[in-house]
Write a protein that binds this ligand. Sequence first.
Ligand SMILES: Nc1ncnc2c1ncn2[C@@H]1O[C@H](COP(=O)(O)OP(=O)(O)OP(=O)(O)O)[C@@H](O)[C@H]1O
Ligand SMILES: [Mg+2]
Length: 180
Amino acid sequence: MLQHSRTGSGQKELTDINLMADEYIRLAYHGMRAKDKSFNVDFKTDLDPDLPKIMVMPQEIGRVLLNLINNAFQALTAPTPLPPIGGKKDSPTVIVTTKRYSPPLGGKGVEVRITDNGPGIPDSIKDKIFQPFFTTKPTGQGTGLGLSLSYDIIKAHGGELKVETKEGEGTAFTILLPIT
Ligand SMILES: Nc1ncnc2c1ncn2[C@@H]1O[C@H](COP(=O)(O)OP(=O)(O)OP(=O)(O)O)[C@@H](O)[C@H]1O
Ligand SMILES: [Mg+2]
């Protein structure tokens, strides 16, 4: 599958986003586990069984999912600069949900949401995260290209990539894709 993603033909195909979401969260989880034996983050999926298949470039959407999921896992592994607000926090978990959505101007769409209960993104850098090469990760660990590339891929599909975040509570990235 990874080989396929590197050499993808760039053709749109009718794609089962639920299947991809499920595959990629497992792939990312096992990748993190393989690198770090003390990795202790849980994951959950909540996938709409009635989600329609959509025409997308699967290898490109796969890169987006993998980057957003890896970002979420990494946010929950990095040492937190802030103590949990209000005392106890839920155990570190990444959640991937899918559902149908109705765009405000009509038509239909698919929504994929990747949520983590990590440290959140400070206001001071929120405007920069989609810029190419912006990273807060140690040298050699992040290129800072993940979100900028993800944004471009979703835009090229006529969709939207949005972020909601609260410092000390967590972050949710939402992908909105039109059905074509
Ligand atoms: N879920 C998240 N929680 C907290 N911060 C995040 C999250 N996702 C992204 N960020 C912030 O946005 C920055 C940019 O993310 P991006 O994916 O573009 O690059 P990266 O993850 O640093 O590097 P790469 O994707 O090449 O590994 C990250 O360095 C981090 O500071
Ligand atoms: Mg990244």
